[in-house]
Design a protein around this ligand. Structure first.
Ligand SMILES: [Zn+2]
Length: 245
């Protein structure tokens, strides 16, 4: 009488995990083939559970899934790359968590393969960085905006088309506008941060090491990311809330 299960194998990154019943967990995974899915890992809270590692955020593994109508079950997992280093540095952990949150927000509406590649590159880079972690978030955010249809024009004001030294986030549509076109209350992107954005959009994650960000610019960067998340995706990143003020 059992419900027939289909078995599939896919690579994915665990975005989040919640406890379920006494010994199980339900994980949200961004998979290369199916986008964001929920799956159960049975018995994973027992001391010697073999798949403990697969129930932790940032786990990048190849997952064996038994797909059922109600919910898939993870029957096996083999780690592809370890981002353990990332969880050992507070700044990297905050930024990494923000990146996972972004993926869970935009994942369902993005082309899966492009986003998956960007996520892997971003987490890999983040794990290698020892400082300036927010550079990775900024680069990832620019890419996310592009794949979700909100690519920023970093060359000219979206209203008057003039060259911009510093920019402002237009609060209604999230476009970048010049000081003269900015409405009251628009979030400013200073000329330093704006130059950095223009530089980093041209390079891949492998070349982000050339950029440096001060603590002051970092606060500005977080405000910029949160404003765009709010405008385009309707919510703020919880991970950044604790480091912004
Ligand atoms: Zn303008």
């Amino acid at each position: 009488m059992g419900v027939s299960a289909k078995s599939v194998v896919t690579q994915g990154v665990v975005l989040s995990a919640v406890d379920y019943l006494d010994n199980d967990k339900i994980v949200s995974i961004f998979t290369q083939d199916f986008g964001v899915i929920s799956a159960k890992i049975k018995g994973v809270k027992k001391g010697n559970a073999k798949l403990k590692f697969a129930a932790l955020p940032f786990c990048y593994a190849q997952f064996n899934l038994a797909t059922r109508e109600e919910m898939s079950v993870i029957t096996n997992a083999v780690e592809v790359e370890s981002y353990f280093k990332l969880t050992q540095n507070y700044d990297a952990l905050i930024i990494g968590s923000a990146i996972l949150e972004l993926v869970s927000m935009v994942g369902p509406s993005c082309e899966t393969e492009v986003l998956f590649y960007a996520l892997i590159k971003a987490l890999h880079t983040l794990a290698e960085f020892t400082t300036h972690h927010s550079i990775v978030l900024l680069r990832f955010m620019l890419g996310i905006l592009k794949v979700s249809g909100y690519q920023l024009n970093l060359q000219a004001c979206a209203k008057c088309n003039k060259h911009m030294k510093e920019a402002f986030v237009e609060p209604k549509n999230g476009a970048l506008v010049c000081a003269a076109c900015a409405p009251f209350g628009a979030v400013e992107v200073s000329s330093e941060l704006f130059d950095m954005l223009r530089g980093m959009i041209k390079v891949d994650f492998d070349n982000l090491g050339q950029f440096a960000i001060t603590k002051l610019q970092e606060k500005e960067a977080f405000l910029f990311v949160q404003k765009l998340c709010d405008i385009h995706y309707g919510r703020l990143l919880n991970s950044l809330k604790q480091v912004m003020f």
